[in-house]
Write a protein that binds this ligand. Structure first.
Ligand code: ADP
Length: 241
């Protein structure tokens, strides 16, 4: 979507959204793992117009040392938007939003990693948003978990993350930028797909209880679609079908 204006309607008479998707459709997904040579693990992801690179270093020794935990690894998660990634230049450096996203994403990812296997060490996760088109926190997390797997870090499962939302009183999967900016609600979740355990849940806007349940169900459906692509990206690098 190039227009940043609020559309008159979000859903047309054929039931299609401003970018031509049906309410229950996710944007096109492209995932590649192991794309950086220097990092221990990496993943590049596109979801619609979102373009995101993630790199994982570690487990490795913690600096500064006082941050080390004697019984487990710590995770540092750094979400960064390139200044050219949004329509108006983003001021470089972490703002409140970047810090919040880094915090909730770190916690979401930690749930999947067997941290106790690596006492006194750190897993550093770097996220660079190259082009941003709504849903970046969820999409980054999806990529970051593939990068962790690519680094050989033992995990309970991958983390798949996707948002649903509400526009024109309709629950839709994977809100785009216009829907995010002018819609009625945005609900990003992250799950471990094997058990559907939720490791991140945030919400902007208002939903009734019924709408909330429908939105969670739809976001989970998106997560399972991402999960298939995540596994395929790892298989493409390491072989197997
Ligand atoms: P998410 O990217 O996880 O959906 P938000 O809901 O906070 O996070 O943001 C929605 C979208 O708004 C972003 O993906 C991005 O396209 C746009 N956006 C966020 N921050 C900025 C900014 N500082 N300048 C311009 N656009 C922004």
């Amino acid at each position: 979507m190039k227009t940043k204006q609020k559309p008159e309607r979000f859903i047309d008479e054929e039931g299609k959204r401003v970018d031509g998707r049906r309410p229950d459709e996710i944007r096109p997904i492209h995932i590649e793992s192991g794309v950086l040579n220097r990092a221990d693990g990496s993943c590049y992801i596109e979801l619609g117009d979102n373009k995101i690179m993630t790199a994982v270093y570690g487990p490795r020794e913690v600096h500064p040392r006082h941050l080390a935990e004697p019984d487990r690894a710590i995770v540092r998660y750094k979400y960064n938007m390139a200044s050219f990634s949004v329509s108006e230049r983003k001021r470089p450096g972490p703002g409140r939003r970047d810090r919040e996203i880094s915090k909730v994403s770190k916690e979401a990812l930690e749930s999947a990693i067997f941290l106790e296997k690596y006492p006194n060490s750190v897993i550093d996760v770097f996220v660079e948003i190259i082009e941003s088109a709504a849903g970046t926190r969820a999409t980054s997390l999806t990529a970051a978990s593939v990068a962790c797997a690519d680094a050989g870090i033992p995990m309970r499962d991958l983390i798949a993350s996707c948002a649903s939302g509400k526009v024109d009183d309709t629950i839709v999967l994977d809100v785009n930028e216009v829907e995010d900016n002018y819609g009625q609600a945005d609900l990003p979740i992250a799950i471990m797909p094997k058990t559907e355990e939720i490791t991140l849940l945030q919400m902007d806007g208002n939903l009734t209880r019924n709408e909330f349940e429908k939105a969670i169900k739809l976001a989970k459906k998106g997560c399972h679609q991402l999960y298939e692509k995540q596994k395929q990206a790892l298989k493409n690098k390491y072989g197997g079908n």
